[in-house]
Design a protein around this ligand. Structure first.
Ligand SMILES: [Zn+2]
Length: 226
């Protein structure tokens, strides 16, 4: 079976998306790029994460054309393919309708640096891409434009999407975004949060390079767990 390892990861991390509360039912989707083959393993459309098997995962090329698999791929395959084209470091993409991110996406309010952990996204904010219908090429164009400079983006009246060098990193960023979104919401309930400056976040980004087991010279995934 083509890209069996990536198919297994899509199954395992899809279950994690659901069990960690980042998604429910069949909403959201995830993909992994195999750079050597130039092919993408993407979750199938409309199958509950608990029921997806490796053979249900669909393999597409960088243009979104189905190469292997009998299921229909995620309705957001253009979105995933467009981001891999514009973001050279992306090895995996995770898209969710997680509640607190979707609240801010629906208010058209970016996530701000209410906590230093937003640096896990590589930036001091998570911007909002304007609304376009799900599965549309217009949505793919708007989101991939913003993703060129960000690892995470909110999608107006829809949800959030993020990329990582690996599926582990992408899931970690999705979890961080949801946590920061909930914190921002809670702060706004009782006052005006003190937002950290981009200079303060840049210092955090430097510190992340040597956090935990990371090498000080490692410029790859930050690997900071929220
Ligand atoms: Zn969606």
């Amino acid at each position: 079976m083509l890209m069996l390892e990536e198919r297994k990861q899509i199954v395992a991390y899809g279950k994690l998306l659901k069990s960690s509360g980042l998604t429910n039912g069949t909403s959201g989707n995830l993909s992994i790029l195999n750079k050597e083959k130039g092919l993408i393993a993407i979750s199938p459309s409309g199958i509950c994460y608990d029921l997806v098997k490796p053979e249900d995962v669909v393999i597409i090329n960088r243009n979104g054309k189905v190469i292997d698999g009998y299921c229909k791929p995620s309705s957001e395959l253009d979105l995933h393919a467009s981001i891999y084209k514009t973001k050279s470091g992306a090895g995996s993409i995770v898209h969710t309708h997680s509640m607190y991110c979707t609240v801010f996406a629906s208010l058209n309010i970016p996530l701000r640096a209410v906590h230093y952990l937003i640096a896990n996204t590589g930036s001091d904010n998570v911007p909002v891409a304007g609304y376009e219908p799900y599965g549309s090429k217009e949505l793919a164009a708007k989101v991939s434009g913003l993703m060129a400079k960000n690892q995470a983006v909110l999608m107006a009246n829809h949800g959030m999407i993020c990329s990582g060098g690996s599926i582990e990193e992408a899931i970690n960023i999705a979890q961080t975004c949801e946590w920061v979104a909930e914190l921002q919401w809670r702060c706004l309930c009782i006052g005006k949060p003190d937002v950290l400056s981009s200079e303060q976040i840049n210092i955090v980004l430097e510190k992340f390079k040597s956090y935990g087991q990371n090498d000080a010279d490692d410029t790859g995934p930050k690997g900071y767990s929220a």
